[in-house]
Design a protein around this ligand. Structure first.
Ligand SMILES: [Zn+2]
Length: 331
C-alpha cells in the first residue's frame, strides 16, 4: 500500500486524513519517478521559499545525542528524498572533522552515518533488551544474555560487548527482575571473590589495630608516647583507607547506578511500542514515515543519553540510567 499526499512535505506535518491519497495496489505505478521527483522538488521549494528559517524546521531524530568518538557532537544534515519511499534520511558526521579539516589535530572520522542505520541498530538492540527483560530466566547466564543482546542483522559485524559494560548490564537486568546478583568470580579489575574476602579481612584487621591503639593510648598504665601514637595512627589510617578505596572501586564496578531499562513504558507512541514488541526486522523507514519526527525524537531523548559513532559504526550507546553498552567489532 502506498499513501501519497500523506504529509505536507516528505517528512513534514501530516495532512488531514481526507486529503490522503491511498493506493492499495500500486501496480501499475500511478506516478512515475519523474513526476514524483518533480512533485518533491516543488514541495521542497515551497517549504524553503519565503520564510528564511523554514529549512530549520526539519527535525533530525538523533541530532541531540549523536557524538563522534573524538568527543565532538555530530553535525546533522538531510539527504535528498528517496524516490521509492518518499523518505529523506538524516546524516550525522563529526563536526570536528567537518570544521577543522586541513588542521593538524582534525579528527579522522570521515564517515557519516544515517538515521536509518542508527535507528535500525538502536531499535533492534532495545528490542533485544525487552526480550531479555520479559524472559529473564532464559538469560541468567552472562554469555546467553550477551548473545541475545546482539541478535539480528545490525550486529553481524559486532563481536561482543565490552566486558566491563557487560557486567553492569547483567547486574542491572537481574536487579530489575529482583534476582540476586552474584558478582563474577573474576572481574575486569582483576578482583576475584577471594580477593574481596581478603580485602574485607584486611579492613577488619586494620580496624582492630586502630581500636587497640586507642585503648593503649587511653588506658594502658605503661602509657604510650604522643608522637608514637600519632605516627601509628597515621599508618593504620592510611592502610585502612587504601583498603576501603579498593573495596569501593570493586562495589562501583559490580553495583551499577540505579536506573531503569524498562524504557518500553516511555514509548507512548503506539507504533513505537508495536515496533519494539514485534518479531519482524526493524523497518526504520516505515516507522519514520508513520510516526511524527518529533515523537520519535522525544522517545530517543527520553531513553538515550548518547550514541557514539566512528567511521560509520556505532561504537557505544549510553542509556539515561548511565549504563554504557560499548560494542566490539570484528577486525
Ligand atoms: Zn570526531
Amino acid at each position: 500500500m502506498l499513501r501519497y499526499n500523506y504529509r505536507n512535505a516528505a517528512r513534514g506535518s501530516v495532512k488531514p486524513k481526507d486529503e490522503w491519497v491511498i493506493i492499495e495496489h500500486n501496480h501499475p505505478a500511478l506516478i512515475d519517478e519523474k513526476q514524483w521527483d518533480a512533485t518533491q522538488e516543488m514541495l521542497k521549494k515551497r517549504k524553503r521559499g519565503g520564510v528564511g528559517h523554514s529549512a530549520m524546521r526539519y527535525i533530525h531524530v538523533f541530532s541531540d545525542i549523536m557524538y563522534c568518538l573524538c568527543g565532538y557532537r555530530e553535525y546533522s544534515k538531510r539527504d535528498k528524498i528517496r524516490v521509492q519511499s518518499g523518505y529523506a534520511p538524516s546524516y550525522y558526521e563529526c563536526s570536528n572533522h567537518r570544521t577543522r579539516a586541513g588542521t593538524e589535530d582534525v579528527c579522522d572520522n570521515n564517515a557519516s552515518i544515517s538515521d536509518m542505520e542508527v535507528g535500525t541498530f538502536v531499535l533492534t538492540y532495545m528490542r533485544n533488551m525487552i526480550e531479555i527483560q520479559q524472559h529473564i530466566q532464559s538469560y541468567l547466564n552472562r554469555a546467553d544474555m550477551e548473545h541475545r543482546l546482539l541478535h539480528g542483522s545490525p550486529f553481524s559485524d559486532v563481536e561482543g560487548i565490552a566486558a566491563e559494560n557487560m557486567e553492569s548490564i547483567y547486574a542491572n537486568f537481574l536487579r530489575e527482575a529482583h534476582i540476586d546478583y552474584q558478582p563474577q568470580v573474576k572481574t575486569e579489575d582483576g578482583f576475584s571473590v577471594e580477593e574481596r574476602e581478603q580485602l574485607e579481612r584486611e579492613r577488619s584487621k586494620h580496624k582492630r589495630a586502630l581500636e587497640r591503639l586507642h585503648r593503649a593510648y587511653l588506658y594502658d598504665d605503661a602509657g604510650i608516647l604522643d608522637d608514637i601514637f600519632q605516627k601509628e595512627l597515621k599508618e593504620i589510617q592510611k592502610a585502612l583507607s587504601a583498603v576501603e578505596a579498593k573495596l569501593k572501586k570493586l562495589d562501583e564496578k559490580n553495583l551499577p547506578a540505579t536506573g531503569d531499562t524498562a524504557f518500553l513504558k516511555q514509548a507512548s507512541d503506539y507504533l513505537i511500542r508495536k515496533t519494539l514488541l514485534s518479531d519482524e526486522p526493524i523497518d526504520w523507514v516505515d516507522l519514520a514515515m508513520h510516526v511524527d519526527d518529533d515523537a520519535l525524537r522525544q522517545f530517543f531523548l527520553t531513553v538515550l543519553r548518547r550514541i557514539v559513532t566512528y567511521k560509520g559504526k556505532i561504537v557505544s550507546i549510553e542509556f539515561q540510567n548511565g549504563i554504557q553498552h560499548r560494542f566490539l567489532y570484528k577486525e
